[in-house]
Design a protein around this ligand. Structure first.
Ligand SMILES: Cc1cc2nc3c(=O)[nH]c(=O)nc-3n(C[C@H](O)[C@H](O)[C@H](O)COP(=O)(O)O)c2cc1C
Length: 179
């Protein structure tokens, strides 16, 4: 089976997540094509692709516009295949914020028209050393406001790799004879 993984990242965590998904998929015997929409200079080929995994981060309450445009432009190709949509955000790291994390995903689905077969809200990471003044302010006073995490603690990865691997494995095996 051939899996196409399409992702976009701003600070790198969604790339790391996409590479993890790539490795896990290869380990389970799939052929994988990984595409970063930021580096895309030619149209993405869907020829021979059975399943598509889309991954993008939330920044200031939405996913990258270019990523949404890619989905909208390729909607009919995506709709004829099984799709898994991964939304990477910090809200997904906190159980009390999951509803808000889901809203970001629903808004993207409404704007693009895509109804994925599987949705995954995946917690991202904080990398304070790479933030400018504006990003630090947004993170401290908006994204992490009221949450039990202090940005001064430094870099932290909230991603639950085990949970992601389990969800991915279900997506990869769904509808195949291997169960
Ligand atoms: C400036 C900025 C704005 C952000 N806005 C949000 C947000 O609105 N909601 C949220 O849940 N996470 C937000 N985040 C957290 C990111 O989703 C998280 O850091 C994620 O890991 C980024 O993925 P990337 O490294 O692939 O870009 C924001 C992060 C930054 C730096």
């Amino acid at each position: 089976m051939t899996i196409l993984i399409i992702f976009e990242t701003v600070e790198g965590q969604t790339r790391k997540i996409s590479r993890f998904v790539e490795n896990e998929s290869r380990k389970s015997g799939q052929d994988v094509v990984l595409v970063d929409t930021a580096n895309k200079t030619t149209p993405v080929s869907f020829a021979g692709v059975d399943k598509v995994i889309l991954a993008a981060p939330v920044h200031e309450r939405r996913h990258p516009k270019k990523f949404e445009t890619f989905i909208a432009d390729n909607l009919y190709k995506l709709e004829s295949r099984e799709t898994m949509l991964i939304s990477v955000s910090l809200k997904a790291a906190f159980p009390e914020c999951l509803e808000e994390a889901r809203d970001f995903l629903i808004e993207m689905e409404m704007r693009t028209g895509l109804t994925p077969d599987v949705e995954a809200l995946v917690a991202g990471a904080v990398r304070p050393s790479s933030y400018d003044y504006f990003a630090t302010h947004i993170m401290r006073h908006v994204v992490l406001r009221g949450r039990n995490y202090d940005l001064d603690e430094g870099e932290h990865e909230f991603t639950d790799w085990k949970a992601l691997a389990t969800k991915l494995s279900k997506f990869l095996t769904a509808g195949t004879s291997s169960g």
